[in-house]
Design a protein around this ligand. Sequence first.
Ligand SMILES: Nc1ncnc2c1ncn2[C@@H]1O[C@H](COP(=O)(O)OP(=O)(O)OP(=O)(O)O)[C@@H](O)[C@H]1O
Length: 316
Amino acid sequence: MLQQVNGHSPDSDAQSGKSHREDLREFLGREAPLHQLDDLTKVNPVTLETVLRCLQARYMADTFYTNAGCTLVALNPFKPVPHLYLPELMREYHAAPQPQKLKPHVFSVGEQTYRNVKSLIEPVNQSIVVSGESGAGKTWTSRCLMKFYAVVAASPTSWESHKIAERIEQRILHSNPVMEAFGNACTLRNNNSSRFGKFIQLQLNRAQQMTGAAVQTYLLEKTRVAYQASNERNFHIFYQICKGASEDERLQWHLPKGAAFSWLPNPERTLEEDCFEVTREAMIHLGINAPTQNNIFKVRKKAMPLTFGRDNPLSQ
Ligand SMILES: Nc1ncnc2c1ncn2[C@@H]1O[C@H](COP(=O)(O)OP(=O)(O)OP(=O)(O)O)[C@@H](O)[C@H]1O
């Protein structure tokens, strides 16, 4: 017996399936190479399959950004692509008469937003929403945007204002390693997964120069301190302290060599995020001096119950 489910009869489903296949064949048979389609609104017909085929073709051609109308779709390359983030490229997008006419890029979004503030008679706040599943590249993208603004919104006229802008720029960029050390952890999906949401506010003066920044964090996954899923880790900072503390600091923080911590699973995994020195240097740039740092790390250490183990890699 024929049944109609949600308004579709099996007949009409079979027909639409056939027409989808035909559409796809037609779409794939088009003359222009798929990877050259730089705006998903130009994909015709717009179906999940045609859109994914287009993105796949662009990924294979090492093209990681695609427009979808006024939205930018960023694919995670899962490999370093340094030429895509050079300061010269930032300046190119910044200087372009119409950045939206250049290749889709996160710098294009950054520049258009920057111009939206500038071009209006009364400056109006602009927001960029970076969303995606875990490991999609949100943190990476936010970092790129911050670097972009640090370069383009810091062209002051006098030496004095140049120094001020440089200091703000350094502070903004150094906030990332600190936030990531204390708020990121290695999960099954991402070695450097942010365990919190954040709202980053960059403040500009009337001359479009960066004058400050504020970061508001949301919903830090505090339970991770006490419980981690198997094959996941605690927050990076704990491993950084254990691996990077000097002999003196070990003594001071009661952190004996060879100690293992039951709340610090999988310490044998060495990640590039395990670098204590980077966090400490970034803290100095943010104005957190050595005594304050010492107090912070002392408190952190108290959060860790001690157990001892002979084969603990942290002892090396
Ligand atoms: N544009 C890029 N170029 C090179 N590598 C990238 C890029 N985007 C992401 N990656 C790689 O993917 C990893 C995961 O990205 P990222 O940490 O930004 O994801 P996320 O969306 O913030 O994840 P989570 O929600 O778990 O915090 C990065 O550590 C980096 O190695």
